[in-house]
Structure formats: structure tokens, C-alpha cells
Ligand binder design. Sequence first.
Ligand code: SAH
Length: 460
Amino acid sequence: MDYFPIFCQLNNKPCLLVGGGEVAERKARLLMDAGAVISVVAPTFTPQFMQWQNEQRLQCFMAEFSVADLADKWLVIAATDNEQVNQLVYQQATEQRIFCNVVDSPKQASFIMPSVIDRSPIMVAISSGGKAPVLARILREKMEQWLPNSLGALAQLAGKLREQVKQRFATMSARRYFWERFFADKALQAEIDAGRDNGIQQRISTLLAENNQPQGSVVLVGAGPGDAGLMTIKGLQQCQQADVVIYDRLVSDEVMHLVRRDAERIYVGKRAGFHCVPQEEINQILINHAKAGKRVVRLKGGDPFIFGRGSEELEALIEHQIPFSVVPGITAASGCTTYAGIPLTHRDYAQSVRFITGHGKGLNDAQWQCIAQDNQTLVFYMGLSKADYIQQMLLNQHMRATMPVAIVEKGTLATQKVVVGQLQQLAEMANSMQSPALIIVGEVVSLNQKLQWFGTTLAN
Ligand code: SAH
């Protein structure tokens, strides 16, 4: 983060503006909007400044900038067309620990002013840290279009209602559910748009009267293999409405950044060298939070129904009559192979795919025989530590020693690592890889040479 975003309260606070031209006018307008007590220093002023002075909206001092002007100021903006003066203002302000903005020179500024969408009290500020102001402007224009003008009125109304809502609903979660309904209420929106005070009051009374004591529930959400962009829209919505998010090791930090900031986060995964929370205990955590009326999201890496024990968790919920739903996710086999440029099927090489667990319940010889058949792609989950065993079993079933294989570590993340080699090298390849990793066996692996598009591939 190059700049720390804050909204400051400037009302009645002395601020200094250096410069009396048109650029300075724009800054003066912003400071006036914020209610600052503005002193402007410049050798000459535009007529607009003189008019503002007459209206007592600011005070003009016809002089060159001097250090004394900084006394008691909270904030300074240097907006002259003289670079040296701007620099002097910045240096002096910095020495006195006063935040200073230098117009058109983000490098020489201790604060910058973002592009702003003003729906007071809702303010949206967009900044590119001075690196791409045009992009910031384009984003602002886009957001302007989809933020309704009545947004400010809605927020204003919410501010007035806060106390009443607190009295009406005893718990935090009951209040939050009220506000969610309030802000999503189309009828209320229509009354506000039409400016009908009676209608607004009636709608609010109805919303307040409704009993909205929330019933707890659990949503099992597939977070995908790592790249946060691969989570579904539905999964994202659930994460942003959750009271509690219970997650494990495979859920990437990127995905966790998308979770509602106020949601409680409970980690139940394994840490290197330590055991994970036992399944029964995870089930109990889900049940306890749902019974307390919480909206629980159980976030799992990949797809919750593929080697994810998702169904076991749901069985426990069913026993306790807790409502649940499931949002599928992109499973590692799909995400990792795609990001490694390996298609799972191909008309000429693989007419079927198998997802196989590398550990867990053992497979017998007959099963290995089926697995080792030609014209299919094998994807081993949790197989890294069993790579030598997998290699041996496939060779025992006469799969050719030169069959292409790949291992994908941390697939779909910026740190993804892909190694490609032959079946006879699988165990050796696994030595240089870390968990989580996926083993892919089949002719399709060789297509990676042509189709690789993300990161790099190492040949063993
Ligand atoms: N439910 C998950 C799988 C859980 S089993 C899914 O659908 O993807 C855990 C195994 O998944 C890991 O041992 C590894 O083999 C694989 N895996 C999950 N995410 C991965 C990733 N980003 N890169 C490589 N392998 C991954």
C-alpha cells in the first residue's frame, strides 16, 4: 500500500492553500466543501478568490509564502505554478510534520487527493497513487453510473434511524439483518427516489415491525484452487454476508481478503508439523455457530465435494436440522491443469479423466490395472508424499516408463510451480516440490509445451 487511505475531519480546522490561480481555486472548493478554515497565500489572486473572501468563505493574504504561514495548520496544499515554491512549501511543511499535497507532483507530496464520488455521507475515493490518474478517472466514471443519486439520501436516513434500530433489535446480528433488508428494499428506494416522505415513513415502519430474528445456517463454499478470481460470484456473495467463516489451509490469502471484514474467522487447518482440528470438532463448531443464529460460511479449497469431506459436514448439520446450501468451486484438477496449459481431455489422447486420492483407503491390484489403462488422464490429489508408490504401481501395471507426467505446486497462484517429466522420474520430481501439489499423468501433459500460458514450466 503506497498511500494509506483515510477520510479526515477538516471542519473548522485551519488549513493553508498556497497559490491564487485557477488550479488553487479547485483545491479551495474542496477545502470549502469540507468546512475547513482556509488561509490562502499568493502574490496575486483570481477574481473568484476575491469574491470568496468577500463572502467570508476564506481569507486571502497577498504575499509570498513564508514559513510563518504554516503555524497551527493541519494541512497544506501547494498549488502554485512555480515548482520551487511548491517544493519549499512541501519541505517546510514536512519539517513541521504537517501533511502537504503538491499539485501535479505526487512524488513530492505527503498526501494525495483521490478521485471522489460524492454521495454525502457516502464518499467513494479512488486513487492510483499518482501512477495512472486516467485509469482512476475512468473507474470513477464507471462507478458514477451505477451508484444511484439517492444513495446519499438513503445513508442519511439510515443515520437518523440508528438509535431506533438499536432499541428495536437487541443483538448485533439482528441489527445487521435489518440493515441488509433496509438497503436492499426496492419499495423504500422508490419512495426515496420520488421524495415521498409519508411513503418513506410507512415503509420504515413496516421494515421495523417485521420480526427478522435470523435463523442460523451454513453454506459450504468452494473457494477454488487459489487465484481469488476463480471463486464463483455466488461464493463471493456468501463470503461477504457471513458472520463467521471457517476455513482451512487450502484457502488462499487472496480469497480470505474477499471475506467480509467484520466476519469472525476460524482457522481449522493443519499447520506444518501440527495436526488439524479433528473433523468432529469442526462439525461441532459449525453446529454451535449456526445454532447461535449466525450465518456460517464453511470455506474449503477447490470444490467442497471433491476430496473435501464436505458431505460429512453436511450429514452432521442434517442431524441437527440446520439449514444448509452448497456452492461448488473449481477443483484443483481443473484449475491447476488449466493454469499449467494441460487440457484434461483431448480428442486424440484422453477420452476420460480420473481424480484419484494419493492417500486414504488403499486401492487393490485390479483397481490399479484400470487406472493404468491408456487414453485417459490421471489426476492424483494428496499424492506428493506417495509419488514413488504411485510411480511403482503404474509401472507394475505396464504403463510405459516414458509416459508424460507433471507436478503442479500451488496451482493458479502467482507462486505456481510446474515440473514436467516422465513416469520413471516421478518420485525424483516430487522431491523438489512442496504441498499442495497435484500429480498429472497422461499424454495430455506433453501439450503443456504448446499451451503453457501462465508462469513457467520446468522440464525435469
Ligand atoms: N477439495 C479440494 C481438494 C482437497 S484435497 C479440491 O477440490 O481441489 C487436497 C489436495 O488438493 C492437495 O493435497 C493437492 O493435491 C490438491 N490441491 C488443492 N489445491 C491445490 C493447488 N492450488 N495446487 C496444487 N494442488 C492443489
